[in-house]
Design a protein around this ligand. Structure first.
Ligand SMILES: Cc1ncc(C[n+]2csc(CCOP(=O)(O)OP(=O)(O)O)c2C)c(N)n1
Length: 619
């Protein structure tokens, strides 16, 4: 195998170009077999094998910098930059990350995971290089989904102004996670459908440039006319108007052609945009056929393409999915909005059933929230479904455009809590803390699927902004009947008198298990399902403290800093109660197995029992 002898980009550069397609095939096989074991972003990675080989062949990394937007497509880059032997550990606890990670390799020049920031980063790094008087190359690789994100467009707008050498590679596979949306996407498909235009480009430029200049007014007129014709005939004029030299479109699976065009791009002393066309899922038939289903996958059987584990387990996402469709049936003002995550947030059914009331705005969380604000301002009831980690982008819009205006927008915040294999950048563990700072925002967390349904119904009935946060995994149905939701009211689900677990959302069932274990030791623990992280039910909290000798343990799947438990501590500050906060540490948390990580960080029934005993019931 050629790959056996490739442990660094230097080894790669020693190969003749005609050996590179064979190497690409070997890398593809390694990516498929490893992803089949560990899960991961299969289709995006299969699409960039040749592009990655060509980049490391032409450029001199790590002196030259490659910034992979999102970083979910960086598997070949990892394999070529000294991590081949650790590749089997990708996305596992203690293993290498499924995204780029600065702490993992000098070849990962940035820790990535959130989309559309690569051009801004590349520009900053290019300017710093210029100021130091160096001349290394800076390259951003960005997908056609990510380039539609607001930050990427802001950076493109700025790049033309700074004129510094910088290479942006647009990896165009005609797809984000789902279908791409928007006018920029239509523009790119226009270029894609006329690949011959790239050859025509130079001819058109030359022919138009030969038109003579005749006087100022006529010259201006002709110049406008020339540009008008160019924009009709020349691909990539949009990027040229923004100040980039546009190269392409080029076949992103032809290594020889890629190497030639990258060498050409490297000589241009200004911002260049190279447009490559790739096939998402290239080389694995099921992924090529259904790239959406193969964007991010659980472990699967290579021969059949079937998941190794049965994925039929009920999730909060599926409970949300059913529930929002039921509510939309009853109320025609309900509108659903996603930012490029139709399937992930459970809105595929809604899209099918109510196509006129569904919007996928692309990777544009900020726009999604303010778009919802506009709809709500005009009498609609928008539900914005976004993952906890990605709604971080839209903090200002939630504050200014929704809450300050007191608009009835509902935020369905999925993947709130520890996310498992995606690690640092995808943890949904900060939302309670940052959302609690916003005046007038009600924040709820359901303890099971029935409660999520009731919370959604309650949210639709209020005329206020409401956030409902929940993880993907659904533990089990609580063994209690669920009472009606009342604003800011908790509910006691187990009586007890020695201490009280005041628990939120996903942690309610964990607290119930802890209470059962404590009962075996003769300790009587009360369990409260807090339901609201804002406003917190201070009356019930005070009563529980009074009835349980002031012994309260708050439990939440969020960081401690600024979270639910700290707010409870403040409520009881002058009450003489002892409030112990069980929450996640205030840090960035790497990938791992969710159950194991929760246990390590004190959020399992056994650890809660230890906490209670260590504080109050030492034998
Ligand atoms: C801010 C943000 N929103 C959403 C996501 C989830 N996400 C990861 S990859 C991706 C699609 C990217 O599409 P594209 O840029 O075309 O790359 P491809 O996967 O097609 O190679 C999305 C929406 C994210 N990582 N960051």
């Amino acid at each position: 195998m050629i790959l056996d002898n490739i442990n660094s980009p230097q080894d790669l550069k020693a190969l003749p170009i005609d050996k590179l397609p064979e190497l690409a095939q070997e890398i593809r096989e390694l990516i498929i077999s490893t992803t089949a074991e560990n899960g991961g972003h299969l289709a995006p990675n299969l699409g960039v094998v040749e592009l990655t080989i060509a980049l490391h062949y032409v450029f001199d990394t790590p002196t030259d910098k490659i910034i992979w937007d999102v970083g979910h497509q960086s598997y070949t880059h990892k394999i070529l930059t000294g991590r081949k032997d650790k590749f089997a550990t990708i996305r596992q606890e203690g293993g290498i990350s499924g995204f780029c990670a600065k702490n993992e390799s000098e070849y990962d020049c940035f820790t990535t995971g959130h989309s559309s920031n690569s051009i801004s980063l590349a520009m900053g790094m290019a300017e710093a290089r210029d100021q130091r008087g160096e001349d290394n190359k800076i390259i951003a690789v960005i997908g056609d989904g990510a380039i539609s994100g607001g930050m990427a467009l802001e950076a493109l707008n700025h790049a033309g102004d700074i004129e510094t050498p910088l290479l942006v590679i647009l990896n165009d596979n005609e797809m984000s996670i789902n279908h791409n949306v928007g006018a920029l996407n239509s523009y790119l498909s226009h270029i894609r459908s006329h690949p011959k235009y790239s050859k025509a480009k130079n001819n058109v430029h030359h022919a138009l440039d030969r038109i003579p200049w005749l006087g100022k007014h006529l010259a201006n007129f002709i110049s406008g006319f020339k540009n008008g014709i160019k924009s009709l005939l020349v691909p990539g004029m949009f990027f040229e108007y923004l100040g980039f030299t546009y190269l392409g479109p080029t076949d992103g699976h032809n290594i020889k052609e890629l190497i030639e065009i990258l060498r050409q791009a490297a000589t241009i002393q200004r911002p260049v945009l190279l447009h490559t066309i790739t096939v998402k899922g290239k080389g694995y038939e099921p992924a090529e056929q259904h790239p959406y289903n193969w964007h991010g996958v659980e472990p699967f059987d290579i021969a059949t393409g079937m998941p190794k584990k049965n994925n039929l387990q009920l999730t909060y996402t599926s409970a949300f999915s059913e529930s929002i469709m039921g509510l939309a049936e009853e109320d025609e003002n309900i509108i659903a909005i996603t930012a490029a995550m139709t399937d992930g947030t459970g809105l595929a059914g809604f899209k099918k059933k109510f196509p006129g009331r569904f919007y996928d705005v692309g990777i544009a969380e900020q726009h999604a929230v303010t778009f919802a604000a506009g709809l709500a301002n005009a009498g609609k009831k928008p539900v914005v479904a976004i993952y906890s980690a990605f709604i971080q982008r839209a903090y200002d819009q939630i504050m200014e455009d929704v809450c300050l205006q007191k608009l009835p927008v509902i935020f369905a915040i999925d993947r709130a809590g520890i996310v498992g294999n995606d690690g640092y950048t995808h943890q949904g563990i900060y939302d309670i803390s940052f959302l609690r700072t916003i005046p007038g925002l009600t924040i709820m967390a359901p303890a099971d699927a029935r409660e999520l349904r009731m919370m959604l119904r309650f949210a639709v009935s209020t005329e206020q902004p409401v956030a409902i946060r929940y993880p993907k995994a659904l533990d089990r149905e609580l063994p209690v009947t669920i009472s009606e939701i009342e604003l800011g009211r908790a509910t006691i689900i187990r009586e007890g008198s020695d201490l009280c677990f005041f628990a939120l959302g996903s942690m309610v069932s964990v607290a119930l298990d802890a209470a059962a274990l404590l009962a075996q030791k003769g300790i009587s623990a009360q369990v409260v399902n807090a339901r609201f992280a804002a406003p917190i039910d201070d009356l019930t909290l005070r009563n529980c403290a009074a009835n349980c000798h002031g012994r309260i343990i708050t439990v939440e799947e969020n960081v401690q800093e600024g979270g639910f438990g700290v707010a409870c501590q403040m409520i009881l500050a002058h009450n003489g109660a002892q409030v112990v906060v069980a929450a996640l540490p205030h840090t960035f948390i790497p990938q791992g197995c969710r159950e194991h990580q929760l246990d390590m960080m004190g959020l399992s029934a056994e650890r809660l029992v230890e906490m209670a005993c260590n504080n109050w019931f030492k034998e």
